[in-house]
Write a protein that binds this ligand. Structure first.
Ligand code: FMN
Length: 309
């Protein structure tokens, strides 16, 4: 308990040394950052989304900065689940940090197949299902915008998985509580809230999009207040733990998510300006808690509206 502050949290049965995890797609497979960051000091690492086969991703440009945020259209490029297990996971096992595998597919069957491959591997703490993906069997609509499709993919993944199952919700919905309950009722152990917001940037002179894929997903500080409200809504709607992420840059941002009910948080876009952002946040959180006389970060969870002492 360095500095007299207990930073440890639990997400269901999983205990994390602190509530800061690196978010999927912004921290590679973790190992690429090992020369810059002591991975053992992070609460956890959520790896880049894994599909059954390797994927090349979207055409360049894939990133475009906007006021207070970042647009990305990476197109879920990844090495594929088998190469992840053979190369990346093997290297990650040298660290004691919890590793969470982010999983996606174009059909329910593909999600299940990816999990089956991971089930045979050692060194993972949980799965995180990215349900912001088009379901090719259902007209290309995102799984996560429909309670029925959400229920179907979560139930199938639940049957295939022995490990804890986190479900990462899409923010692109009218009432996130309905989707959150569908995921909980189908066996999710925790909910991650949320993914990026569909968005666009254009160069009007060139009459072109700033992204090779035309549209992309908005992340970073611009989305924090919007996602904070979604985390608050989801925490009121379900009993399972919630992991909040969107625009976190400072220790105070982490505490805002925890006060509205999050058990832990993830840090994404902040890694693009500072690859050490998540570690810096662990240190900052300890400092802020210590100066605010907060002895345990867990004690703040869901305390919105509670009396200050
Ligand atoms: C370049 C980039 C790639 C991403 N790739 C993934 C991914 O593979 N799977 C996923 O579930 N989320 C992915 N995300 C979404 C982030 O994990 C996170 O949900 C989002 O960026 C909001 O958090 P932030 O504002 O802290 O970045 C990606 C985000 C960015 C910026």
């Amino acid at each position: 308990m360095p500095g007299g502050v207990d930073l440890s949290v639990t997400v269901g049965a999983l205990r994390l040394a602190n509530p800061i995890l690196a978010a999927s797609g912004t921290f590679g497979y973790g190992v690429e950052f090992a020369h810059l960051v002591d991975l053992n000091r992070l609460g956890g690492i959520v790896v880049k989304g894994l599909s059954l086969e390797p994927m090349d991703g979207a055409p360049a440009p894939r990133l475009s900065e906007t006021a207070g945020g970042l647009l990305n259209a990476v197109g879920l490029q990844n090495v594929g689940v088998r190469a992840f297990v053979a190369e990346k996971l093997l290297a990650l096992r040298a660290y004691r940090t919890s590793v969470i595998a982010n999983v996606f597919g174009r059909t329910v069957r593909e999600y299940v197949e990816v999990i089956r491959v991971l089930e045979d591997a050692e060194g993972l703490a949980a799965y995180e299902l990215n349900i912001s993906c088009p379901n090719v069997a259902c007209g290309g609509f995102e799984f996560g915008i429909d309670p029925q499709m959400t229920a179907e993919v979560v139930a199938a993944a639940r049957k295939a998985a022995r490990r804890p199952l986190w479900v990462k919700l899409s923010p692109n919905v009218t009432d996130i509580a309905i989707i959150a309950r569908a995921a909980e009722n189908s066996g999710a152990d925790a909910l991650t809230v949320a993914n990026t917001y569909p968005a666009m940037r254009v160069d009007y002179r060139a009459r072109r999009s700033r992204l090779g894929n035309l549209t992309g997903g908005l992340s970073g500080p611009a989305i924090k207040p919007i996602t904070l409200r979604l985390v608050y809504e989801v925490c009121r709607a379900v009993k399972v733990p919630v992991i909040g992420l969107g625009g976190i840059e400072k220790a105070e941002d982490v505490l805002e998510y925890i006060v509205v009910g999050a058990s832990a948080v993830q840090v994404g876009t902040a890694h693009f300006s500072d690859p050490r952002a998540s570690l810096r946040l662990v240190e900052g959180l300890e400092r802020v808690c210590s100066s605010d006389k907060v002895l345990s970060v867990r004690s703040l969870r869901g305390s919105l509206g509670a009396e200050m002492h």
